[in-house]
Each structure stands twice: as structure tokens, then as C-alpha cells.
Design a protein around this ligand. Structure first.
Ligand code: ATP
Ligand code: MG
Length: 417
């Protein structure tokens, strides 16, 4: 009889025991990989001899969305584990890969080795049999050895495996990132297969490409991984040459990294946004940031007090961090900038305008409308730049601007840059 694995939680054991009462169960995929490195904080994915309907009988709260492909999302009673989900997948045997993306039909299998042989990389093709004992690890492709050596290799012939599913090209880069274990070296035969199978990426939806790319660009060891993507032609292929790594040093922030990879784009942020939207399918929130950063690329990051105060007041915290990171990577002296910013501190009167619209109508007689709004913005900008603290100080600025007759679109707004 086995004993519990030290990294498994009581809830995991309930799921495994339940499956075990009617069939066989193995932990597979990422959890096995991570547990060998001593970490147990990824989802516990499970393979079983039971078919989806049999799994549902044991766990009635299961979600059956992927049942056609053999995957059931098991949920325990709400009191036990809330809405936490375990992916439980019936063992598979080979079906064909018609569209280069997923098997036309899923055939359920009976042996775990067959199931493992359909997985992508040796480090992802291990299973841990339940109940757990000393010989529980099923590792027909020497994944453990590759994991400990830091090698990423395909299960079987890499060209064939990529020709079944082009997504594996991008997954290969994702799994080069070994977290605290450092970088994994790609096996040469896998590198060669990738560079000669780029057209397999045509079969992959833009959404999938972007979601894998986003994982890669916000992980560890991005510099080595993205350089490898560039060397093998993948970066160019998926981005229509928009993304270029070359000498540039990346960080761990997705948006900053995208902006850096686009640093040579000849056009403004809005044009870059359009181009990126055409080649990739990035979320608007990501495009907003990349576009903003790209528009900052000519900034001098001066240490003048008005400029610094506006930077401090106009941008959300995360955007400030990104701008500094991005401009630093482009070679600007962001150390001096950050230090000056720290010394200048926060505006004494806070971030809100001291003079509101009603005040301004009373003082100027201007009716509510765009002109009044723009005047309010102009005053706010000056308030921040000069670090004013009283209502009167701000109102006096009205003497410096022809608010009645000049063109309000010329009035500078409260913004940065
Ligand atoms: P993560 O911790 O990032 O979730 P993971 O290894 O669990 O890593 P998943 O994408 O969740 O990765 O996939 C689970 C397992 O399913 C993988 O370990 C691998 O064995 C298998 N797998 C997933 N996608 C593919 C694929 N496209 N081709 C072959 N096997 C795959
Ligand atoms: Mg997973």
C-alpha cells in the first residue's frame, strides 16, 4: 500500500481516491514535472482509465465541457474545496491529427504509456501512479533525467511531433523556462525541426499564438528564450517582422517587452497599434500600454521639477514603473530620473484639482462646456508643475492666459509626456 505524496493536499487525495475506487488514476503533466523539482504549486492534472460519464458518476458536480475529448473538470462538494477544479482526462491512444491542431477523433486508450507517448516533451511525459509508492514514477522517455540535466527534448521524432501540432513550436520556448531551475537547453534535433517547420504555425489561431507569446514574454530568462525564437525564425514568422530582439535587453514585464521588441517600428503608437493588431491578437489593455510606451520613446526623461511632478501625478503607478523600465532599456539615464523623482516627492496639495468647474464658472463667467473643461485642465497642470497649495494661487494663474479669446486646443493639458 502506498503513502501520500508530501506535496499532495487532502483535497487532491479525495479526487484520486474517488477515481481509484472504480478504476486507475495517475497524476500527469506539469505537476509531476514540478514535484520532481520539489514544487507542488501547479494544478494537479489526472489521467484515468475511467470514461467521462463514469467520472461524473463519482463526482456529480463535475463540469462536462470537454467530455467529448475525454476531459472532465472535477469539482468536489462546495464545502470541501469551493469551485476548485481538477482536470481529469481519460487515457488516450492515437487518433489522427488532420488539421495539424487536434486529433480528428479521440480514441480512448487503456495504457498509460500510450497516453504519455502522445505528449509533447519528455519532461511533460511522466506520470505518477496513485496510490503513491517508491516505484510510482512512470517515465518511459527519461523525462526525469532530461529535467535534471536541463534539457528540452520531444517525445519521439520532433519533426513528426510538430507536424501533428504546430502549437508545440511555441510550447517548446515556453518550456525552455525552467523557473528557479534556470534555462533548459533545446535538444538540437528539436531546434532543427522548429526552424524547418515554421509553416506549421499557420495552423494555429492567433489567439493561441498570443497567449503562448504572452506567457513567454512575462516569464523568466526571456532574453535567452526570445533570442532563440529569433534565431530559429519564429519571432519574425509570427509577427510579420514587427518584433525584433537583436541586442535589446528584455525584462519580465509583458508590455514593456513587447514595446522593446517593436522599438524599431517606424511610426507612432497609434500606427504601431494597428500593425500589431493585424499581425497578433493582443488584448486592448496590452495594446494601450505598448502604444503609450512607444509614444514615449523620444522622451529625454529630464529631471526638471515640473516635468517630474507631472510624471508623478499623471500616470498610474504601474505605468510609471513600465516607462522607467522601458526608457532605461532604450539607454536613457533612468537612475538619475528615478532619484530626482524620489526627492521631489508627491504634490503637496494631492492629485485632485484645487479649482473645480463650478469655481471656474463663478470666477470667469464661462458656461460649462469644452472651453471650461480645457481651462480647468490647464490650471491643473500648472498646479501640479508649480506644486501650488491654495485655491488663490491657482486662480491667480488666470491672469497668465487669454482664456476668453485664445484657442483652447493650444492650452496644455494635465498629462505626461
Ligand atoms: P503548466 O504548469 O504551464 O500548466 P503543463 O505541463 O501542465 O504546464 P499544460 O499546457 O497545462 O502544461 O498541459 C498539460 C500537459 O498536457 C502537458 O504537460 C503535456 O503533457 C500535455 N500537453 C499539453 N498540450 C500539448 C500539446 N499541444 N501536445 C502534446 N502534449 C500536450
Ligand atoms: Mg497545467
Amino acid at each position: 500500500m502506498g503513502h501520500a505524496h508530501p506535496l499532495l493536499r487532502p483535497e487532491d487525495l479525495i479526487v484520486l481516491e474517488g477515481l481509484r475506487s472504480k478504476g486507475q488514476a495517475w497524476i500527469v503533466g506539469g505537476w509531476v514535472r514540478e514535484s520532481i523539482s520539489g514544487k507542488g504549486d501547479t494544478d494537479v492534472d489526472i489521467a484515468t482509465t475511467l470514461h467521462p460519464d463514469e467520472v461524473q458518476k463519482i463526482f456529480p458536480r463535475s463540469l462536462m465541457v470537454g467530455a467529448k475529448y475525454g476531459t472532465v473538470c472535477v469539482r468536489l462538494e462546495e464545502e470541501v474545496s469551493g469551485n476548485q477544479i481538477w482536470e481529469v482526462t481519460t487515457l488516450r491512444s492515437d487518433g489522427s491529427y488532420g488539421d495539424g491542431r487536434r486529433p480528428d477523433d479521440v480514441e480512448f486508450g487503456t495504457d498509460i504509456e500510450g497516453d504519455l507517448s502522445r505528449r509533447d516533451f519528455t519532461i511533460n511525459a511522466m506520470a505518477l501512479e496513485y496510490p503513491y509508492g517508491d516505484d510510482s514514477l512512470i517515465d518511459p522517455f527519461n523525462g526525469r533525467e532530461d529535467l535534471l540535466k536541463g534539457v528540452l527534448a520531444s517525445v519521439g521524432n520532433p519533426s513528426e511531433r510538430i507536424s501533428e501540432d504546430g502549437l508545440r513550436i511555441l510550447r517548446a520556448f515556453r518550456f525552455m523556462d525552467g523557473g528557479s531551475e534556470g534555462i533548459r537547453e533545446m535538444d538540437d534535433s528539436l531546434s532543427d525541426a522548429i526552424s524547418s517547420s515554421l509553416e506549421m504555425l499557420d495552423m494555429i489561431s492567433n489567439e493561441r499564438i498570443c497567449s503562448e507569446l504572452s506567457i513567454i514574454l512575462s516569464g523568466n530568462r526571456v532574453n535567452e528564450i526570445v533570442s532563440k525564437m529569433e534565431d530559429l525564425g519564429v519571432l519574425e514568422y509570427i509577427s510579420g517582422s514587427l518584433l525584433r530582439k537583436s541586442e535589446c535587453t528584455l525584462c519580465d514585464d509583458l508590455e514593456v517587452n513587447l514595446a522593446l521588441l517593436c522599438r524599431e517600428f517606424d511610426g507612432n503608437g497609434g500606427q504601431l497599434r494597428k500593425a500589431l493588431r493585424k499581425e497578433l491578437m493582443l488584448k486592448n489593455s496590452i495594446l494601450d500600454e505598448v502604444c503609450f510606451l512607444h509614444n514615449c520613446r523620444e522622451e529625454m526623461m529630464s529631471t526638471g521639477s515640473g516635468y517630474l511632478r507631472r510624471f508623478a501625478a499623471a500616470l498610474p503607478e504601474q505605468r510609471k514603473i513600465r516607462v522607467v523600465e522601458y526608457m532605461g532599456a532604450l539607454g536613457r539615464d533612468t537612475i538619475a530620473f528615478s532619484e530626482a523623482l524620489r526627492i521631489i516627492g508627491v504634490p503637496r496639495a494631492g492629485l485632485a484639482p484645487l479649482v473645480n468647474g463650478d469655481d471656474l464658472t463663478r470666477e470667469t463667467g464661462l458656461p460649462p462646456g469644452p472651453r471650461l473643461g480645457m481651462l480647468k485642465g490647464w490650471l491643473h497642470r500648472r498646479q501640479v508643475e508649480d506644486d501650488l497649495v491654495t485655491f488663490d494661487e491657482v486662480i491667480q494663474l488666470l491672469g497668465e492666459i487669454d482664456w476668453e479669446d485664445s484657442d483652447p486646443t493650444e492650452w496644455k493639458k494635465m498629462e505626461w509626456p
